[in-house]
Design a protein around this ligand. Structure first.
Ligand code: FES
Length: 168
């Protein structure tokens, strides 16, 4: 008897298609429901990062977009990168100013230099060198143009974390 009760509890009572559920549905007039028993929903897939090929190139957008803007911010492995067009050639450096973290892609391009919008520090886009302090250099990225697309790959490491702005 005890075993029978245990078996009933295990296999019939409490199940989605068990006796208790069917009785409850009979009361509400839906004894044989046509809809399937709900199952837990599948987890939502995370947003895919930009495609990176085997050689480490990350597709960051269309060449026409860069031609249109001349200077834009893109992301490589989650890092912000300033991408600029100078004389028809694209150059890419870290988007984070080494002075106090200003967003370089919101600045301006003057000749071969990119000028930070915050306090005016400038960097040579061709090699990443800081034109205010020659001890500093931005991380640079190699640029590849293929079939109207732009791909970037990190070329050099940054010279260090941003320094704090001078007091006053
Ligand atoms: S943060 Fe770029 S010059 Fe100050």
């Amino acid at each position: 008897m005890r075993l029978l009760r245990r078996m009933l509890r295990l296999f019939v009572i409490g199940r989605a298609d068990g006796v208790r559920r069917r009785v409850a549905r009979a009361v509400t007039g839906n004894f044989w429901p046509s809809e399937p028993v709900p199952t837990p929903s599948a987890p939502v897939a995370p947003v895919a990062p930009p495609p990176v090929d085997r050689e480490g190139w990350t597709d960051v957008g269309a060449w026409s977009e860069l031609e249109h803007s001349g200077l834009m911010e893109v992301r490589v492995a989650g890092e912000p990168v300033a991408l600029a067009l100078i004389d028809g050639e694209a150059h890419a450096v870290s988007n984070t100013c080494l002075h106090a973290g200003g967003p370089l892609a919101e600045g301006t391009v003057e000749g071969h230099a990119i000028v930070c919008p915050y306090h005016g520090w400038s960097y040579d886009l061709t090699n990443g060198r800081c034109l205010v302090d020659d001890q500093l250099a931005l991380a640079r990225y190699e640029v590849r143009r293929t079939a109207g697309r732009i791909a970037l790959r990190q070329a050099t490491a940054a010279s260090g974390p941003p320094v704090q702005p001078p007091a006053g």
